[in-house]
Design a protein around this ligand. Structure first.
Ligand code: NDP
Length: 281
């Protein structure tokens, strides 16, 4: 059996079309501010993509590019200005920040109603409580791609490899929320028997940032495999999953690139639209 390919580009473009259709009916233009600090080429490329996406769906983008030497207080003052700017509905600070800058303090400075990355402690708190709020983009994108392909989460056993606040932990909460109703196990680098855990999964999510960590031996035949990992190699981007072996036995799999990455970007647009509607209603 060869796995069905879960095409993130395709689903992301459907999401973008939905957002564009709603935006075109609004009597205002939603605004997304992007803040890019330093000269990391990957960060520059991510932000370029996010701004392009925003423009494609009719969201206005306000871009701020700053040197890595910017003092913390100046960056905080910029965030304060964006918080106060009524034309800005969403603020995205590209992480990680370089050098000594305190990322946590910067994220906490963002007005939670404009926190389109969903990483402010207030929004993460709403997630823990199961209350409405802006959710982190990558977990939202994973739920969306599963939904698009009709991969049922209710009653499914999900194993997540990785417990970061960016991916693994919020995803575990979102999958176990009422409505998604999965039974979730979160694993990490101290998990004793990773293989024993992953082979139980109906849905296996790899978000470790470790190339080739998940091989065919880790995957129950027929399982859906979501590869979040992004690892840069001489041959380009690869995930955490050994695609060539896993594709032979899994039921479904996301490729890297073209799987979770485009979904993360698309959900940023969804969040910006939600933030705009909530703020301006
Ligand atoms: P972090 O480094 O913050 O977290 C990695 C997690 O994986 C940690 O919990 C770590 O365990 C765990 N881990 C690492 N190695 C192993 C291992 N060998 N076995 C089991 N668990 C392991 O990374 P992020 O969550 O920020 O990102 C993870 C990956 O996803 C990266 O490749 C990143 O580039 C990618 N990513 C992709 C996105 C997309 O849109 N496609 C978006 C965000 C991230 P411990 O806690 O014990 O250290």
């Amino acid at each position: 059996m060869t796995a069905q390919i879960l095409d993130g580009k395709l689903v992301a473009s459907a999401v973008k079309e939905e957002v564009a259709a709603v935006v075109s009916q609004l009597d205002y233009v939603p605004g997304l501010a992007t803040v890019l600090v330093g000269d990391d080429p990957a960060s520059h490329s991510y932000v370029r993509g996010k701004r392009r996406d925003a423009e494609q769906v009719g969201i206005r983008s306000f871009h701020h590019e700053l040197p890595a030497t910017i003092p913390q207080d100046e960056l905080e003052a910029l965030i304060d200005g964006l918080n106060a700017n009524d034309e800005v509905d969403g603020i995205l600070v590209q992480l990680p920040l370089p050098g000594e800058l305190d990322s946590e303090a910067i994220v906490e400075r963002i007005d939670p109603s404009k926190d389109v990355d969903g990483l402010h402690p207030f929004n993460l708190g709403l997630l823990v409580l199961g209350k409405k709020g802006l959710r982190p983009c990558t977990p939202s994108g994973i739920l969306r791609i599963l939904d698009h392909y009709g991969i049922e989460t209710a009653g499914a056993r999900v194993v997540i490899v990785g417990r970061s606040f960016l991916v693994g932990r919020p995803l575990a909460l979102m999958l176990s929320e009422r409505g998604a109703d999965a039974t979730v196990t979160v694993t990490h680098s101290r998990t004793e028997d990773l293989h024993g855990e992953t082979t139980d999964a109906d849905i296996l999510v790899a978000a470790a940032g470790a190339r080739g960590l998940i091989t065919a031996e880790h995957v129950k035949p027929g399982a859906a495999v979501i590869d979040v990992g992004i690892n840069r190699t001489d041959d380009g981007l690869v995930g955490d999953v050994d695609f060539d072996s896993v594709v032979e036995s899994a039921g479904a799999i996301t490729p890297v690139p073209g799987g979770v990455g485009p979904m993360t970007r698309a959900m940023l647009l969804v969040n910006t639209l939600s933030a705009a509607k909530a703020r301006r209603s």
